[in-house]
Write a protein that binds this ligand. Structure first.
Ligand code: NAP
Length: 270
């Protein structure tokens, strides 16, 4: 009998590649999605050699509204069903909101939100019908703390709001499907070593943050896998970020904002 299969978007680097490795380590077959096919093929070969699992490589641009349906069709054409989904693909949308073209903002939302919701809409009903499913949506600590200008400058003004939507959407879909064996978890990482800050131009700024702020992608993935298996709706990986987001919840707004302003100075090297 074939193993369960998890679809991981943005698996060509960083957190997505780490999730693919984590699921493969637990015996899952993979369907991996990104634009860079060579990276996906290399991951597929690595997972076959290390864990003996099969991988479907699917190249797609998730900013294209047709992509989610095409991805799900490609998995079906290979004769497989989707038992797990890790919605992870993403990149920042640097630049002042008022000075960027609406088309760029719309592509950003297609990649960061609509493709996530569409992939859940396409795959969750089958999981519920079969009585088993695991869905992870990659959010961000920026959704759980007051706004810092660095988030808006490099990741995009809408980034924290988009990531906040994923937390509520995960919680709500998880509640809807709880009795049908489908677990839905939002994973909200803080700063994580990956290509993300090279792509959005924030590498120099991020290099100013203390080392203990930086997470490893493999630790984020291990924490996320553990959370979805336990049916936890929201997981913030790492002790520092658990403390920081917990503090933001209990502090009065002005105090939490002052804390973020202090963080901003650290990032600017002041
Ligand atoms: N790194 C952090 O500090 C951090 C913190 C919190 C949350 N996150 C979130 O974590 C997720 C993964 O980011 P990461 O840190 O692992 O960054 P990364 O190393 O840059 O990985 C991003 C992945 O998304 C894929 N991707 C980007 N645009 C795509 C598109 N249009 N179509 C298909 N795939 C696309 C990239 O593949 P291709 O370029 O090959 O297409 C790559 O595999 C993102 O949702 C990000 O918002 C990151």
């Amino acid at each position: 009998m074939a193993c369960k299969l998890v679809l991981v978007t943005g698996a060509s680097s960083g957190i997505g590649a780490a999730f693919a490795r984590e699921f493969a380590r637990h015996g899952w077959d993979l369907a991996v999605v990104a634009r860079r096919e060579d990276k996906l093929q290399a991951l597929a070969a690595e997972m076959k050699a290390q864990h003996g699992v099969d991988t479907l490589v699917i190249t797609a641009d998730l900013a294209d509204p047709q992509a989610p349906q095409q991805i799900v069709d490609a998995v079906a054409q290979a004769g497989r069903q989707i038992d797990g989904l890790v919605n992870n693909a993403g990149a920042g949308q640097p630049g002042h909101f008022c000075k960027t073209e609406w088309d760029d903002q719309a592509r950003f939302m297609q990649l960061m939100v609509t493709s996530y919701l569409k992939l859940m809409h396409l795959t969750a009903p089958g999981m519920a019908q079969r009585g088993f499913g695991r869905i992870i949506n990659i959010s961000s600590v920026s959704a759980l703390v007051p706004i810092a200008k660095a988030h808006t400058r490099y990741s995009g003004t809408m980034y924290p709001g988009i990531k906040a939507l994923l937390i509520k959407a995960s919680e709500a879909l998880g509640a809807e499907l709880r009795d049908q064996g489908v677990h839905v978890t939002a994973v909200a990482p803080g700063y994580t070593w990956s290509e993300f800050h090279d792509v959005n131009g924030a590498r120099e700024t991020v290099s100013n943050v203390p080392g203990y702020w930086m997470l490893k992608a493999e630790d984020v993935a291990a924490s996320g896998y553990d959370a979805v298996e336990r049916g936890v709706p929201l997981r913030v990986p790492g002790a520092f970020y658990k403390f920081m987001t917990g503090l933001a919840r209990i502090l009065p707004d002005p105090a939490a904002r002052a804390l973020m302003a202090r963080q901003e100075k650290t990032m600017d090297g002041k």
